[in-house]
Write a new protein. Structure first.
Length: 245
C-alpha cells in the first residue's frame, strides 16, 4: 500500500473511532450525571513499514492517540422529587454492586420496598460508613447540602460523597458509573453541596456534538478523495509498467 493510501486509511479509521465516541455522547446526552468523552489525535511513526523510504525516513500515520472523560459540571435541573439528588461541584456518590463499589454523578435514586435508597439499577447508595441508607417509607425525609439525611426531626444517616485527586484513575462502567483502577480508596469530598429535588444533566452539548459530527463527515469526504487519488495513481503506474514491458 502506498504512503498516501495508507495515511488516508489510517485517518478514516481514526475518524470512525471518533464517530463511536460522538455517538455514545449523543445517546447519553439526556442521561442524568453523564460525563462526555473526548479524544486527541497523534501520529504513528513506523520505520518497519514495507513502504518506508530506504534512506531511513519513517512512514507517518494519523491515529487516535488518547480518549479521556470530561468531568465538568452539568446543569442542575429541578425535579421536585425527594429521591433525586444533585451534586454541585466535585465528588461522586458511592453505590454498592455485586462486583464492588462504583461511583456515579447520577443522583436519580428511588426507595425500595424495604426503604433502601438505591439507584434505578437497584444498587444501594452508601452512607459514610459504607452501609446502605434505610428510611421509613411512611415518612418524608430531607437531605441537607452537607449530605446528612433527616427523618422525623432526627438525623438518621450521612450520604457518602468521595472525590479523586486524579480523575484519570476512573474508568467508565456502563453509561453513568465509574470504577477506580487503583487500590487506594478515595477521600471524602472536601466541599460537599447536595441539592435535593434536582438532577445534574449530562455535560454533552447536543449543539457542539452536531457541529463535531459535520466536521468529521467532511474529514471523511476528504480522506475518501485522497484514497481515490491514491488508487488512481497506483492504476496509472501499473498501466505504464505494462506498456514498458
Amino acid at each position: 500500500m502506498d504512503a498516501l493510501t495508507a495515511a488516508a486509511a489510517s485517518g478514516i479509521q481514526a475518524r470512525m473511532q471518533s464517530l463511536d465516541i460522538l455517538a455514545n455522547n449523543l445517546a447519553n446526552s439526556s442521561s442524568a450525571g453523564f460525563k462526555a468523552d473526548a479524544e486527541s489525535y497523534g501520529l504513528y511513526y513506523s520505520s518497519e513499514s514495507p513502504d518506508a523510504p530506504s534512506d531511513g525516513n519513517t512512514t507517518t500515520l494519523p491515529l487516535l492517540k488518547n480518549q479521556w472523560t470530561d468531568f465538568s459540571q452539568g446543569t442542575l435541573l429541578s425535579t421536585n422529587n425527594a429521591t433525586d439528588l444533585a451534586l454541585s461541584g466535585k465528588g461522586f456518590f458511592v453505590v454498592t454492586t455485586p462486583s464492588g463499589p462504583l461511583f456515579t454523578r447520577n443522583g436519580s435514586f428511588r426507595l425500595s420496598g424495604q426503604g433502601q435508597l438505591q439507584t434505578q439499577d437497584g444498587y444501594a447508595l452508601q452512607d459514610s460508613e459504607g452501609r446502605p441508607i434505610v428510611l421509613d417509607v411512611s415518612q418524608t425525609f430531607e437531605v441537607a447540602p452537607d449530605g446528612s439525611v433527616r427523618q422525623g426531626g432526627q438525623q438518621i444517616s450521612q450520604i457518602a460523597v468521595v472525590d479523586f485527586e486524579d480523575p484519570t484513575v476512573l474508568a467508565k462502567r456502563g453509561g453513568n458509573y465509574f470504577r477506580s483502577t487503583i487500590l487506594k480508596p478515595p477521600a471524602p469530598a472536601a466541599e460537599l453541596n447536595i441539592q435535593q429535588g434536582k438532577l445534574e444533566s449530562g455535560n454533552s452539548q447536543s449543539s457542539q456534538s452536531a457541529a463535531r459530527l459535520t466536521s468529521i463527515l467532511r474529514q471523511f469526504e476528504s480522506l475518501q478523495k485522497a484514497m481515490t487519488i491514491g488508487a488512481d495513481m497506483n492504476r496509472r503506474v501499473v498501466e505504464e509498467v505494462a506498456k514498458v514491458s
